[in-house]
Design a binder for this molecule. Sequence first.
Ligand code: MRU
Length: 344
Amino acid sequence: MRINNKHYRTVWYDATTNVVSMIDQVKLPFAFEIVELKDYKETAEAIRNMTVRGAGAIGATAGFAMAQAFKSFGHSTGDLQIAKDFIEATRPTAVNLFYATNKVFEAGQAGVEKAIDMAQSIADEDAEGCRLIGENGNELIKANSRILTHCNAGWLAFVDYGSALSPVYAAKNAGKEPFVYVDETRPRGQGARLTAFELYHNEVDHRIIADNAAAFYMSKGMVDMVITGADRITANGDVANKIGTLEKAIVAKEFGVPFYVAAPFSTFDFATQSGDMITIEERDAEELLYHEGPDSDNEMRTIRMASPGSQGLNPAFDVTPARYITAFITEKGIIKPSELKSFC
Ligand code: MRU
């Protein structure tokens, strides 16, 4: 993805220096900064505090963190297992994280170089898979389609291209001029901050809407399709995604709006049968009660959004049952939930 005429991936790794670099997503969209992380603990902390976030980007980062551990410890099995556990304890819901740590850990049994190669190929496959998701999803988009999306499943949530936004970019490149309703995505605001930032820089026409405005636009026939990403898709086609996705899916079904979930195969968890078995991350309620942003002098400020003294609850994800999903947009094509069995 290009920012100020320079191509960036969301996260990358220099095996010579053992440094992982990433775009700081906590600072976006108010500042564009790169952070450098010198060991697996710093990289894992960046996953935990959401300097990097989004299923694919978390997966690639976790793979790189595992490679950093191999580079630091060689074949010290105890240290490597401690590192793996540490990385895996950062965030529980996106399966890409565990996909990457397991693959790099296994590859590394044949040597440090193999661990590094595997981490790199996970990142490369993520980018290529998302590019293909764009090509496949573009087939579903008509000229001037009005698309609603939730959270950020763009290039910032992956290594490049994105999942839900990749078809939008492909449609834009094909001259179809898509329009995107961007759910703000409380409490962290991934829609208002990150999806809007991406669409603005790609000159895609869009408007940020309050999370609770989606039903209004769908009821008026003003939304042609919904495309979201996913953090984990179970064998029966249930989807864990950012909190609020379930509500959008129910509303879409009520008003006959097709509901697509775009995800690479690294997000499919065929070992888990159904969505009720997924661990849902519960995050600090401070994210709900406070908001951070620049004041009129461009100084970052944190303000309280809620009545003093009240506490909050902050589940980060919900599970949308397969019956609400029209189809999955994947690198292998468009797949209906009922067709998933043949891939398990
Ligand atoms: O908590 P986050 O920002 O890591 O949330 C994950 C997401 O970005 C969304 O759930 C997204 O729609 C799917 S991840 C590509």
